[in-house]
Design a protein around this ligand. Structure first.
Ligand SMILES: C[C@](O)(C(=O)O)[C@H](CC(=O)O)C(=O)O
Length: 315
């Protein structure tokens, strides 16, 4: 598939080949019989760089983390399509060979807005997204008091996404999320996800699973639809490892808070120390050059040099 942004990631016969859209890669990963796809939650370019450095095969852009990091707001429907798309585009293009699954909340409106979301995420090189059945003024799935739209409205959102994908020739992996386990019951959540599958969604996301047994039965009842596990620690779902998730029947596991929770602890500790002692106590190995190396200094220098530049000599 042709790249929408002109980037390349492969060599064929010594020449750079066209970039395969990351959605095609994620689709192949979801369809392959190989193990569970593990995606750490990232919320900006920096946390994404760290996940890439560690070597994950897939990344997840958390909406909760995006709201918190970019807007300084709770996950209560503050983020707009523009906020989310902009963040996703930055993350997805740091290394377009590693697919990004991005939160797309409710799809941000009616069928036309859902279609717009699909098109914008596709052009931003996002590989997969999830669209849920909460009302527009949504909240984090692990908070109480959620409300969901009627199943017909949810199916309309998914149908709009599937039709938009077809219209623009995208391979976007559409993940249907239901929050109906809390508002209704398990059977209603399964019914909604099956309806989403019938409408063309690729992957099921049953939000807020409360036990391993429930998780296992969900995977069994939803088969052959691949299922995503949302591993929010200390929320509604017990801690489940990728290996356990695979045994339970999941195809994807996301860890939304894997970056933002430790970032908070680390930043706060240093700020408290700075306020109390006037010193940050930062490790002496963390030079400015180290920071810039983490975020692509070598690659930037190589591009400049190969174009005949000498901008970064002596850096
Ligand atoms: C997966 C999620 O949509 C996210 O934004 O990362 C959140 C995570 C959270 O806020 O606990 C969700 O589960 O609603």
């Amino acid at each position: 598939m042709a790249s929408s942004n002109g980037m390349s990631n492969g060599t064929q016969n010594g020449r750079l080949g066209p970039l395969q859209h990351p959605a095609t890669k994620l689709r192949n990963m979801v369809e392959s019989s190989e193990g569970v796809i593990v995606a750490p939650g990232v919320y900006d370019g920096f946390s994404a760089r760290i996940a890439l450095e560690v070597g994950f095969d897939c990344l997840y852009m958390t909406g909760a983390g995006t709201c918190a990091a970019k807007l300084g707001q709770p996950d209560l429907g503050f983020a707009t399509l523009n906020d989310m798309r902009e963040n996703a585009e930055i993350i997805a293009n740091l290394d377009a060979s590693i697919p990004l699954i991005a939160d797309a909340d409710t799809g941000y409106g009616g069928p036309n807005m859902v279609a717009r979301t699909i098109a914008q995420y596709h052009r931003s090189n996002v590989a997969g997204l999830h669209i849920e059945d909460q009302i527009q003024t949504k909240r984090c799935g692990h908070l109480g008091g959620k409300q969901v739209v009627e199943e017909e409205v949810f199916v309309t959102r998914i149908t709009a996404a599937v039709q938009a994908r077809k219209r623009i020739g995208s391979d976007m992996v559409i993940i249907a999320r239901t929050d109906a386990l809390q508002t209704h019951n398990f059977d209603e959540a399964i019914k909604r996800l099956k309806a989403a599958y019938a409408a063309g969604a690729d992957v099921a996301f049953l939000e807020g699973l409360t036990s391993r047994e429930e998780a296992r039965i969900a995977c069994q009842q939803l088969a052959p639809m691949p299922v995503l596990l949302n591993m929010v620690e200390h929320g509604a779902t017990p801690s489940i490892t990728p290996q356990e998730a695979q045994e339970l029947g999941f195809k994807i596991i996301i860890f939304p808070f894997a970056a933002i929770a430790p970032a908070y602890e680390a930043i706060k500790n240093v700020f408290v120390q700075l306020k109390q002692t006037g010193k940050t106590g930062l490790d002496s190995s963390f030079t400015p050059k180290k920071l810039f190396t983490i975020v692509g200094l070598k690659e930037a220098t190589a591009i400049d040099v190969s174009a005949g530049g000498a901008l970064y000599n002596g850096v």
